[in-house]
Design a protein around this ligand. Sequence first.
Ligand code: SF4
Length: 458
Amino acid sequence: MVASTFELFKIGVGPSSSHTMGPMLAAAMFVERLADAGQLDEVTRVETLLFGSLALTGKGHATDRAILLGLSGQRPEHIEPDAADMLVEEIRSCSEIRLNGSHAIPFDEETDVIFDQKKRLDFHSNAMRFTAYLDDQPVESRVYYSVGGGAVLDEDQIGSNNPESGLWDVPYRFCSGADLLRIAADEGLSIAEIMRANERTRQEDEAISAGIRAIADAMSACIDRGILQDGILPGGLRVKRRAPLIHARLMERQERALSDPLTILDWVNLWALAVNEENAAGGKVVTAPTNGAAGIVPSVLRFYERFAPKADAAGVETFLLTAAAIGSLFKENASISGAEVGCQGEVGVACSMAAAGLTAAWGGTPLQVENAAEIGMEHNLGLTCDPVGGLVQVPCIERNAVGAVKAIEAARLAILGDGTHRVSLDEVIETMRKTGLDMSERYKETSQGGLAVNLVEC
Ligand code: SF4
């Protein structure tokens, strides 16, 4: 199965695609279902139970806010962060919620949103159950799973990793890196052209380009906003935003920068930090492929736009289409969820996608692109997910800066070779999947291991 570019890259809000965007979407789907069945107006109470990783790190990942917004009928792609703050404030102060934006019921967050930290559902760690009541009688109850990158499965869709593209009939069906390389060789197409040909079955070329431009613009706007915001990130860890200070320093030393070959890395670091600080603050970001790893692709894309001698709009499209093709392979054959396979599934996948995108935009061959994607993941294998305080801040923000630099390094290594290499992308994807299976649950977005328990609080 092939995931669309527009499924991998979704515009939404922080701090987490699986713990914020997914639960918001699931809650919105539940109340819409009630409305479609004509049951909404008879509902007197809705209870939300959160399980597994959602229960363990949901508070830090703003899952509680996301549930309130989703039950109010809000969806991640449409919501504005400031308006969301006001709506949550209103629900909490009035102890009342308007289900699907229309039917008002009493709402007591203490008893109506329950974090069940002892229970994990078998199919996926990010599970939630919504139950609607008429007085004390349940009228509807449904389980949803947030499976990564903001995607949601309801209980009838178990077994499909990709509900959105399940029925997508494409001219170039690829399930592996080997498939991509074979199609590219047989048809004389680049990986971006294969992806674009598939997208054409859903929309015209012009709409595809406009959609990609909107993604690139949203990424760029997030960088620019993050650079300007100062202060302490929310959540209680007292993590200070670094992007504005680094930006000011870089602007001050422009002359000296000419003799410092590593200045470019400072800019790459800055752009990634800016995005992930925005994400941690609940700002508008693009999943790439997740929110926790949202800084890598934008940072490397801007590196391409600023520093590649022949950078242009076509190169940006090539970059993002190629990155999406690689992300699709990870999504279908392994996972892009930190709660399922650790941070290798988020920062590792983003690094692989960005490395492939940059190599393609630089004019690399499909073999070199596949090589770059493989390098980008190989050196992230085993990366654990251990967010301190359940917040998407430490180690997440800095990890994106390191991941962006690593992606450039992977692209550079690939472009220096001819694309032949010992470990294939498919082998590394399978290794990532198996490593994720072997990984202790403690290191899968539970905040029960690693830095999350070993960081000494001052
Ligand atoms: S450690 Fe990685 S996977 Fe875990 S929340 Fe942070 S960015 Fe996401």
